[in-house]
Design a protein around this ligand. Structure first.
Ligand SMILES: [Zn+2]
Length: 272
């Protein structure tokens, strides 16, 4: 079954779950920004990821050749190829998720990177579809870091595919408008109670908490876990009122051209 079909099936399950066990009962299925988020399914979630996955193998071969030729270093290419699939899955999950947790910290703590990550945090009614709203440059960084090392060390396509599906399930789950406690599993897996607080507006609670992507483990280990009993009263960031709401506006943000396009549009709307 293709990834697109898995994505459709998983999404359908969360559409139903959100109706049955909502965190915010007043949140509608057709909430604000849903149309532009639907475009992210095509732009980020599938084609870009597939293109990067296809590039990973030739790029890994190139790095291998370069290390041998220019540096005279013998890298252990395909070292993971002989491991059982479940070991490849577990190692891939732990290594890549920790790398993503570190990058996610940087995205929040380095002002230049935060301007890119703001696109993801611009969602004010969090649901499963929000897990796909990311600035395209962020996807390039995340996916390259995921696929390149895994392709280099010879992880099997089946293990990578299972990892992609698992990450999608947990990504949908932790962004979903769900009140579904998972008990002690919450110390390992990212979940809606934790991730909603990651999206809190600074006026409603402390920021820079719960950086976990698929695993929450790292937040508990490094002291950034924060899970009050009740969900946050408001999501977003300072200045969200003026953030672009359209898909093209978010794609251009934070490139300098975005401000120019905005000025031009304003001038067209009110010519004097
Ligand atoms: Zn974030």
């Amino acid at each position: 079954m293709s990834y697109a079909l898995w994505l459709a099936g998983i999404s359908l399950v969360f559409v139903v779950l959100e109706r049955v066990l909502p965190r915010y009962r007043s949140q509608r299925l057709l909430r604000r920004g849903i149309l532009s988020d639907a475009l992210y399914v095509v732009w980020n979630g599938h084609f870009l990821a597939v293109a990067l996955a296809l590039l990973a193998d030739p790029l890994a071969a190139h790095v291998d050749q370069w290390a041998r030729g220019a540096l005279g270093v013998e890298l252990h290419r395909d070292a993971a190829a002989s491991w059982p699939l479940w070991v490849q899955f577990l190692v891939g999950l732990l290594v890549m998720d920790f790398a993503q947790w570190c990058i996610h910290n940087l995205l929040h703590r380095v002002p230049f990177l935060w301007t890119f990550h703001k696109v993801h945090h611009s969602i004010v009614e969090l649901d499963w579809l929000g897990s796909l709203r990311f600035h395209w440059l962020e996807i390039v960084v995340y996916r390259s870091l995921q696929y390149l090392p895994l392709a280099f060390f010879g992880f099997a396509g089946e293990a990578l595919f299972a990892l992609a599906v698992f990450n999608t399930v947990i990504g949908h789950f932790n962004h979903a408008n769900l009140r579904l406690p998972i008990g002690p599993l919450g110390y390992v897996l990212n979940n809606p109670a934790m991730h909603a607080w990651h999206h809190v507006h600074p006026s409603a609670g402390p920021v820079n908490k719960n950086f976990g992507i698929t695993l929450s483990l790292w937040d508990w280990l490094f002291g950034t876990a924060y899970v009050p009993a009740e969900p946050p009263a408001r999501l977003g960031f300072e200045g969200i009122e003026t953030f672009p709401e359209t898909f093209p506006g978010q794609l251009l943000y934070p490139l300098p051209v975005e401000a120019k396009v905005r000025q031009l549009t304003a001038r067209v709307r009110s010519p004097q």
